[in-house]
Design a protein around this ligand. Structure first.
Ligand SMILES: NC(=O)c1ccc[n+]([C@@H]2O[C@H](COP(=O)([O-])OP(=O)(O)OC[C@H]3O[C@@H](n4cnc5c(N)ncnc54)[C@H](O)[C@@H]3O)[C@@H](O)[C@H]2O)c1
Ligand SMILES: [Zn+2]
Length: 359
């Protein structure tokens, strides 16, 4: 068992990195959670891990129930949140109650938003089961849903009471989802830790074999990178923006694909785009650009937005909530392991890179 603390004053919380669910009951007791508990999960994860988690939580003597949402990004909307509110009120959940998010980033973002807003906030616990959620979305307190085609348009910063990661849940994750999660893992190396990036690059095969010590090291390092950034800038007023490497183009590609492409796949395309931009701006060499693309490809990720219209991707980027007065913010590499925030309003440069990305 490993424990990493996210230090955020009175909102501090532990992340447990485990190989099964046997420590979940004691994590609950340690957090002092004694009210009613609703486990929110999705239609895939419920068949795999709901029973084991419910048993562990119930063993602490609390009253539990579950709420199953349909798996997939299309559920990430206010209607799903309303269904959760309805069950919470029907079952008389109060301020001492807790919502547990058991699943990937979609479940975590929806359940976290419900927890943040029901009665102005009830306790919330994350049990991430996808690589993307274990590496990224379960830590840092960003919650929310999509609105009318716009990603994460409605949301709140709301920290969980603890995060419980069972790395062996990755064994049942579909390969495409595992690859999608690797995009955020690679991103963490690229923004902050060249040594970690090299480790992931060189140990890629061990990840696909679910080698326990490799997964434990990766999870520990991922969590440490993410937590150190969140600790310095909880609400993204500055530094935290570096986590958005690949996301300016990535979110736009995700919208244009009608959410057919997975989040991590779009982030990979976005990272490839950011490196292409940086190379054109003279910040990195062609060799660095090509090596990064080849790492993403080795992870089985796309680096091109095939069959998309560059103009449409550009229009989506301008629509993004982070675009300010027609100016777009990009996180760009200075070298592997270091990035900077750049505002670009050179439409021609952007269109050239988008043309390359769809080509
Ligand atoms: N809050 C944040 O900081 C943050 C950060 C990054 C991404 N996100 C969000 O996360 C979402 C993507 O997360 P995701 O990739 O985990 O998607 P997801 O939650 O849809 O999970 C991916 C798929 O894998 C299935 N699944 C999950 N765990 C499984 C397991 N152990 N075994 C078998 N199947 C399993 C799910 O049912 C789903 O079909 C996006 O909505 C993105 O915006 C949020
Ligand atoms: Zn992301």
């Amino acid at each position: 068992m490993e424990r990493i603390n996210v230090e955020l004053g009175e909102r501090s919380y532990p992340i447990y990195i485990m190989t099964d669910f046997s420590g979940l009951g004691s994590a609950f007791s340690k957090a002092g959670l004694r009210g009613k508990v609703m486990v929110v999960t999705d239609s895939n994860v419920s068949n795999l891990y709901l029973k084991a988690c419910m048993e562990e939580i119930t063993s602490t003597g609390v009253q539990t129930c579950s709420h199953v949402i349909e798996a997939g990004e299309k559920s990430k909307n206010l209607d799903t949140v309303k269904d959760i509110y309805r069950q919470l009120t029907d079952q008389r959940f109060d301020r001492n109650s807790a919502i547990v998010a058991l699943g990937g980033g979609v479940t975590g973002d929806i359940a976290g938003f419900a927890a943040a807003t029901y009665m102005r906030g009830i306790h919330y616990v994350q049990i991430p089961t996808s690589l993307l959620a274990q590496a990224d979305s379960s830590i840092g307190g960003k919650t929310g849903v999509d609105f009318e085609g716009f990603k994460n348009m409605v949301g709140a910063f709301y920290q969980p009471r603890f995060v419980y990661i069972n790395i062996n849940t990755l064994r049942t994750l579909p390969l495409r989802e595992l690859r999608s999660g690797l995009a955020e893992v690679i991103k963490h190396g690229l923004i902050k830790d060249a040594g970690f990036y090299d480790f992931v690059r060189l140990k890629m095969q061990k990840i696909f074999e679910f080698d326990e010590s490799t997964l434990q090291y990766i999870t520990r390092t991922n969590c440490s990178i993410k937590k150190s950034i969140v600790e310095q800038d909880e609400k993204e007023s500055g530094l935290r923006a570096i986590l958005n490497l690949g996301h300016t183009i990535g979110h736009a590609v995700e919208s244009v694909s009608g959410f057919e492409l997975l989040h991590g796949e779009c982030v990979a395309i976005g990272i490839a785009g950011a490196f292409r931009l940086a190379r054109r701006m003279g910040m990195i060499s062609k060799a660095v650009e090509e090596e990064t693309e080849s790492t993403l490809r080795d992870a089985g990720l796309p680096v091109k937005a095939a069959n998309m219209e560059p103009q449409q991707i550009y229009a989506e980027m301008l629509h993004d909530k982070k675009a300010k007065e027609g100016k777009l913010s990009f996180i760009l590499p200075k070298r592997i392991g270091e990035v900077i925030n750049h505002t670009i309003d050179d439409r021609r440069l952007l269109m050239e890179v988008l043309e390359e990305l769809v080509g």
